[in-house]
Write a protein that binds this ligand. Structure first.
Ligand SMILES: NC(=O)c1ccc[n+]([C@@H]2O[C@H](COP(=O)([O-])OP(=O)(O)OC[C@H]3O[C@@H](n4cnc5c(N)ncnc54)[C@H](OP(=O)(O)O)[C@@H]3O)[C@@H](O)[C@H]2O)c1
Length: 293
């Protein structure tokens, strides 16, 4: 089976490459190889590769920047996805597209199910929702949309790496405690996507994230505790909880960003791992990389 991965150098793209299962022929395209906003090049490339699956791991993911770079966010997350959906729909290519918990308003009291009403709070969420709707319109018979949340991994920039840097540089770090979600190691998402390619699932919208719930403050505290335990950090700093109102950001973020993954668990192998266990694995990997330098 032949698979095309778009967005090869992002967090997910890298995790997909690292965990690529045997028996699949996979071609990876970074933004430098293929800019998905170039509709003609996108179409020519996908038709030439003649793959059974396309995994779209591209996105404009700078949530705060999207508030001012609205056109750019919509170009990548919505218009280009619409083009991709049309190509896949017409050519019968199966599309696996990644979306976000930010399509929800975050005012629920129970984990969001895939069928729950979407009402994004910020430009990034609106652009990703527009991408989802384009897929529903043009490739509903051949697409799997998987929403995930709070992604991090050993490759790329993310909350864990930012916290490690701040813990090294500062005496005190304030972290928001009134937004909760599901920190998710990108490796588990990559494995879930590969299983979808190999085994197939019904078309539709799915949720995938690690198990458990944490605030950004809980997450930061866990990063510090585990990093000290593993020797990734050598000094402790004060980590203090603050409210979102005291940490203004350009984009408004959902307070409750918890995804219900039950409909995405097809076998024991799909059962999400508790987020702290996966954080521990990621820090082990970082430690290995540091000691190899
Ligand atoms: N990160 C999170 O916390 C999070 C949470 C929920 C959902 N998601 C979703 O999960 C998916 C993967 O996220 P991620 O964290 O792996 O994102 P990422 O690390 O930001 O990677 C996205 C990749 O897409 C590339 N890209 C951007 N514009 C492109 C274009 N026009 N053509 C081709 N490639 C382009 C980027 O290249 P450049 O870096 O060179 O621009 C980058 O390599 C995305 O759909 C994202 O919306 C992410």
């Amino acid at each position: 089976m032949k698979v095309v991965v778009l967005g090869a150098l992002g967090q997910l793209g890298c995790a997909l490459r690292e965990s690529q299962p045997s028996g699949l022929s996979v071609i990876y395209f970074s933004k430098q190889d293929l800019d998905i906003t170039n509709a003609t090049e996108l179409k020519n490339t996908l038709l030439r590769e003649n793959a059974q699956y396309v995994i779209n791991a591209t996105a404009f993911t700078a949530v705060d920047l999207a508030e001012t770079e609205v056109e750019k966010a919509f170009a990548v997350n919505a218009s280009a996805v619409e083009g991709l959906a049309k190509i896949c729909g017409e050519a019968g290519i199966k599309l696996i597209h990644i979306s976000t918990d930010f399509v929800f308003a975050g005012n629920a009291y129970a984990p969001y199910k895939p069928s729950d009403a979407c009402s994004p709070l910020n430009v990034y969420g609106k652009s990703k929702r527009a991408g989802e709707l384009a897929i529903a319109k043009y490739a509903s018979d051949s697409s799997v949309v998987v929403r995930t949340s709070w992604l991090y991994g050993a490759n790329g920039n993310n909350f864990v790496k930012t916290m490690l840097r701040l813990f090294r540089e500062r005496e005190t770090v304030n972290v928001v405690c009134d937004q909760v979600g599901c920190p998710t190691l990108v490796d588990g998402l990559a494995n879930w996507i590969w299983r979808v390619c190999k085994e197939g699932v019904a078309v539709g919208v799915y949720h995938w994230c690690d198990a458990g719930v944490a605030s950004w403050y809980d997450f930061a505290k866990a990063v510090q505790e585990l990093a000290i335990e593993k020797g990734v950090l050598t000094k402790r700093c004060n980590v203090l909880p603050i409210y979102s109102e005291n940490y203004p950001t350009a984009a408004q973020r959902p307070s409750y960003s918890v995804l219900d993954t039950r409909a995405s668990v097809f076998s024991k192998a799909d059962t999400p791992v508790y987020w702290r266990e996966n954080l521990s694995l990621m820090l082990d990997k970082l430690k290995e990389e540091i000691s190899n330098v």
